[in-house]
Write a protein that binds this ligand. Structure first.
Ligand SMILES: C[S@@+](CC[C@H](N)C(=O)[O-])C[C@H]1O[C@@H](n2cnc3c(N)ncnc32)[C@H](O)[C@@H]1O
Length: 254
């Protein structure tokens, strides 16, 4: 899996230029001591930042993997692609804030395609921490994986619990469900097990009213993170949209 992030310090270039300028006019011993102190504090902050980035990635590796299958570009309108780009950004943000973050894979993305270009326009996308982008298709990746579950509202089986060793695949598609069953069919073709979230009357996740059980990518992502952290579907119910009346090609409410 090709990684797009690296432990980075965005200010490196600027700092080096500034340091070069400072070296030329360090002046008196007192000025040098002051500058040394400033540099030591900056180096310490940088060291702490890199250490916390490394700790975050190590934490992600201990938990489940959530892979968003971004191979459905041709099934979406421009507006829906923009919305998917936003949803992926929300997933990334939620993962960064999560007490038990997941490894986040973006798979099947068309290199140089429209979604890729939307993502590249997001600030810092090339440095998303704990997120890997793989331009290979899911079928090229799956044979190397042992424990894969494609989550789809059309599955017969219900997801009972989160397995930290599993890879949960979400369909990276915003379609107001006009392509009903597209992910279930794909999973079946690839021989991947499918599961739906336990949503519905008498189930742990309940939506108010006759709302659709087909959620946006970022809502499913939030629910998975929440269940992983709390080991409780009931707790994760708080992640469900209050009134799921919104079209899923509109930017999701946070
Ligand atoms: C907007 S839905 C896409 C609907 C699409 N027509 C399909 O067939 O999957 C985005 C993705 O979120 C996940 N998802 C949404 N609701 C779900 C549910 N109730 N159970 C499991 N996964 C769900 C699925 O991975 C789905 O592909």
């Amino acid at each position: 899996m090709g990684s797009t992030w690296s432990f980075s310090d965005e200010d490196d270039d600027g700092r080096q230029k500034k340091r070069g300028a400072e070296d030329g006019d360090r002046g008196s011993p007192k000025a040098r001591r002051l500058l040394d102190n400033v540099e030591n504090r900056r180096d310490e902050r940088r060291r702490q930042r890199l250490a916390s980035q490394a700790a975050f990635v190590a934490q992600c590796a201990q938990n489940m993997t959530i892979a968003v299958d971004c191979s459905f570009e041709s099934f979406m309108t421009e507006r829906e692609l923009t919305s998917l780009g936003q949803q992926l950004m929300y997933c990334y943000g939620a993962n960064k804030r999560a007490s038990a973050p997941a490894t986040f894979w973006i798979v099947g993305l068309e290199e140089g395609g429209k979604l890729h270009s939307h993502l590249r326009n997001l600030a810092g996308f090339d440095r998303w921490l704990g997120a890997d982008v793989d331009f290979r298709s899911l079928d090229a990746i799956v044979p190397a994986l042992e424990n894969v579950v494609y989550l789809t509202a059309d599955a017969d089986d219900e997801l009972a619990e989160i397995d930290s060793d599993a890879v949960y695949v979400l369909g990276g598609i915003v379609d107001r469900n006009r392509h009903k069953g597209i992910t279930a069919t794909k999973a079946e073709t690839l021989g991947i097990r499918t599961a739906r979230l336990p949503i519905g009357p008498g189930r742990p996740l309940q939506l108010p009213g006759p709302a659709s059980h087909v959620l946006t990518v970022n809502h499913v992502f939030d629910i998975l993170l929440n269940v992983q952290a709390s080991a409780s579907w009931a707790t994760a119910a708080g992640c469900l949209p209050q009134r799921k009346t919104k079209r899923d090609d509109e930017p999701p409410r946070r």
